[in-house]
Design a protein around this ligand. Structure first.
Ligand code: ADP
Ligand code: MG
Length: 525
């Protein structure tokens, strides 16, 4: 290939070669997490660059911890992260689906079909699915929702742990749901603690922070008052680092100090004027100020993280201020109660505002276990939000994917030309979920898929999937393996998006030659 001189320091691969390399990278990534899918999926031991270890079954955690340089692999990881952000669950499925779509696309390319024809067919298939996906949905009641959240934890921890996490997550989400069932998940605070077991985890109404008021002379509980949130501190400047003073006579430094102290007190006077009862600062509060606050009956907390201050702001309708001097009464928030309590000998500050909030205290016996419990909550809270916002569910165990693939094949027959093959390839690709679930449970993937398809076709039911308890096709509604419609939908959208994006790349240019290709486990492409 004759390169333009302007590209002489640039390595380049284009056309089919570029596509092949890109698909290999995407496949390598999906191969890497395939074995974690489903309740029989295995765990991965991750070691980060500082030598910390982590055992997890969570697809997105594996991908985000891995140091991956390849840009196409990064696109796949982004798809998984997006799924994590939007739907919380289904992160492994997204990557597996995208990998399979690309592998099938490559087979079509080898048959001489142009990638843009495939991309068009895939887009068409996705649109068709999104139009008919409501046909397979089921409405859920309270009991079903608990089962759905539990399914999302399959393969993570043991059954009673799943039950506990599922119950707490649904409770927390219900506590913060608005009248129209919309949920702002950032109103739920998760505090994780070692000690005890996951069974000791609890959910509380209101916002709890692992904090204690700065002086026990301050009121323990205050009701119906005003709160100020300061994104800074109430302390004197450190002379040696923050300021340069020209000390010309004895006593100048002391009078400077006094003036500073005075200024701080003036600030507290302003709070008294505003009628503030509770104060929270991101930084420190000097002892002098503390005593003055006690004197004026103000309850105060220091070193509250910005994240927590933002949650407080949401819950009490307050605005963070940089300093008291810069504040106006409209920045203050209102609370119903601000209480100091102890749970299992640990101090908590509990704030209840008009804005709803909930706090989960997650427990586990060791740091590793608490970490995994936290990741479980992440998934199950996401699933709970989906269920409260829209109760629609579909059958799990790959049932929904097979049901959609059956519809797609019928649709494919109506499409003229080569695009038809792409729609069929897409249908084959989404059935990968059944195959991988079977594979990970040690049962034959091909036979299982064929059995599930036959069962759905013969009974004209969309509910049959692979039940990993029996290893046979079962009605997943009866076995109680259900998942939110929103998660399946989002996984399909995300996977199609990244597969099409990768198919559309026909030229790769990079400045250095040392970009590493991830190893492909089986090089049969
Ligand atoms: P993801 O990160 O994609 O959510 P998971 O490892 O959580 O991956 O696996 C989810 C898949 O496992 C879903 O397709 C779900 O239907 C399936 N699944 C969960 N429990 C069962 C079960 N008992 N039998 C069959 N499939 C199950
Ligand atoms: Mg999951």
């Amino acid at each position: 290939m004759s390169e333009a001189p302007i590209l002489k320091d640039t390595a380049r691969s284009s056309g089919r070669e570029a596509l092949q390399k890109n698909i290999q990278a995407a496949m390598a990534l999906s191969e890497a997490i395939r074995s974690t899918l489903g309740p029989k999926g295995l765990d991965k031991l991750l070691i980060d660059d500082e030598g910390r270890t982590l055992v997890t079954n969570d697809g997105v955690t594996v991908l985000e911890t891995a140091k991956v340089e390849h840009p196409v692999a990064k696109m796949m990881i982004n798809a998984s992260s997006t799924q994590d952000r939007i739907a919380k669950d289904g992160t492994t499925s997204t990557v597996i689906l995208a990998g399979e779509m690309l592998q099938n696309a490559w087979q079509l390319v080898l048959q001489g079909i142009h990638p843009s024809t495939i991309a068009r067919g895939y887009r068409n298939a996705e649109q068709y699915i999104l139009n008919c996906i409501d046909e397979i949905k089921l409405d859920s009641d309270e009991e079903m929702r608990k089962t759905v959240v539990k399914t999302s934890l399959a393969g993570k921890g043991h059954a009673s742990m799943q039950q506990k996490i599922a119950d707490l997550s649904l409770d927390a989400v219900k506590m913060v749901a608005d009248e129209d069932n919309s949920v702002d998940i950032s109103k739920i605070k998760l505090i994780s603690q070692t000690g005890g077991t996951v069974e000791d985890s609890k959910v509380f109404q209101g916002l709890m922070l692992p904090k204690k008021r700065i002086s026990s002379d301050m009121a323990k509980e205050v009701s119906n008052g005003k709160i100020i949130l300061i994104d800074g501190g109430l302390e004197k400047k450190n002379v040696s680092t923050d300021l340069k003073l020209n000390v010309t006579s004895i006593g100048v430094l002391e009078s400077f100090r006094q003036e500073e102290r005075h200024m701080l007190m003036v600030q507290v006077d302003r709070l008294v004027e505003y009628g503030v009862n509770v104060l929270a600062c991101r930084e420190s509060i000097d002892d002098d100020v503390k005593n003055y606050l006690v004197k004026h009956g103000i309850q105060a907390f220091r070193r509250v993280s910005r994240n927590d201050l933002n949650m407080l702001a949401k819950s009490c309708g307050a605005r963070l201020v940089n300093s008291i001097t810069a504040s106006t009464p409209s920045d203050l928030g209102d609370f119903i109660s601000s209480n100091n309590i102890a749970i299992d000998a640990k101090d908590f500050w509990v704030v209840e505002g008009e804005g709803k909030a909930a706090t989960i205290i997650a427990k586990g016996s060791t740091v590793d276990i608490v970490g995994e419990v936290e990741r479980c909550f992440d998934d199950s809270l996401g699933v709970s939000v989906q269920l409260i916002e829209d109760g629609a569910v579909v059958c799990g165990g790959g049932a929904s994917y097979v049901a959609l693939a059956r519809r797609l094949r019928r649709f494919a027959e109506t499409i003229p030309g080569r695009e038809q093959l792409a729609v069929e390839a897409y249908a084959d690709a989404i059935e990968v979920i059944v195959r991988v679930l079977a594979e990970n449970a040690g049962i034959d993937p091909i036979t299982t898929l064929l059995d599930v398809v036959a069962k759905q076709t013969n009974t004209d039911s969309d509910r049959f999937g692979v039940d990993l308890a029996t290893g046979k096709p079962e009605d997943m509604f009866d076995t109680g393996v259900l998942e939110p419609l929103g998660i399946v939908k989002q996984a399909l959208i995300g996977a199609t998006e990244v597969a099409i994006a990768i198919l559309r790349i026909d030229d790769v240019l990079w400045a250095k030659q040392d970009m590493e290709m991830p190893e492909l486990p089986n090089d049969d492409m």
